[in-house]
Design a protein around this ligand. Structure first.
Ligand code: SF4
Length: 232
């Protein structure tokens, strides 16, 4: 069998940076910016798949396993707008409402937490419903990146979220290439003059639904969400 060839992380980062800069620069229409994010996800998924093939990675992840959906979940503004559009066009109104109730509860808790407290608090992602991601096709880049070679480590992290000595369960080569693509995308968005900062998913999602200005601000090159939503 032919060995699978994979790009070096630096090349992946540069390619992704160029792709997002070209797709976003001077193009502030919501639908085109949404497509730029979806195209980034397709390339990111391909990077992850080829890296897994090259390293012969066998993941322990299975449908219904959701330990990783209790981590601190962050996403950039373009990702949050894509999720919001998906929710409004694909999910029933009552499902959207229950997600926003969960996001509101999370946002209220997180507002009083330090980053360290948040990291060790096992707050359930508001989009996790009945053990599955409600927006799986448009889940954020960091969720796409996550994979585990050992579910026992995920369980251990879930049971002891404060224990930072528990090893990362990912295949390092896969994680490194995925991170290179994600960093490149944020770099390209920033070069296009748009906010590429990370936001707490619950808080920013709530702001998207309760205020019609985040996306307008973002398209003008301003910070999309409030300081309370920003991830330090
Ligand atoms: S967005 Fe989906 S995959 Fe990511 S943490 Fe939330 S429920 Fe899990």
């Amino acid at each position: 069998m032919q060995p699978v060839s994979v790009e070096a992380p630096l090349k992946i980062r540069q390619q992704e940076s160029r792709a997002l800069e070209q797709a976003c620069a001077g193009n502030k229409e919501g639908s085109k910016l949404g497509k730029a994010t979806r195209d980034h996800y397709m390339r990111l998924d391909a990077v992850i798949a080829s890296s897994m093939a090259a390293t012969k990675t066998q993941v322990d992840c299975q449908r219904g396993c959701d330990y990783c959906c209790y981590y601190k979940v962050s996403a950039s503004a373009n990702e949050i707008f894509l999720i919001s559009t998906w929710m409004q066009t694909r999910l029933p109104a009552e499902r959207v409402e229950s997600i926003l109730v969960a996001a509101r509860e999370n946002a209220a808790r997180i507002a009083h937490m330090t980053t360290a407290q948040h990291l060790s608090s096992n707050i359930q992602c508001p989009l996790l419903v009945d053990g599955a991601c409600s927006i799986y096709d448009v889940r954020p880049a960091m969720c796409r990146k996550h994979h585990s070679l050992n579910v026992a480590l995920c369980k251990q992290s879930y049971e002891h979220p404060e224990d930072i000595s528990i090893p990362n369960p990912e295949e390092p080569q896969v994680g490194m290439r995925a991170l290179a693509a994600i960093a490149g995308a944020r770099e390209g968005i920033e070069r296009a003059g748009l906010d590429a900062g990370l936001y707490d998913l619950s808080t920013a999602l709530l702001e998207t639904f309760t205020d019609n200005k985040p996306e307008k601000r973002w398209r003008k090159g301003k910070k999309a969400f409030s300081k309370a939503a920003a991830v330090s």
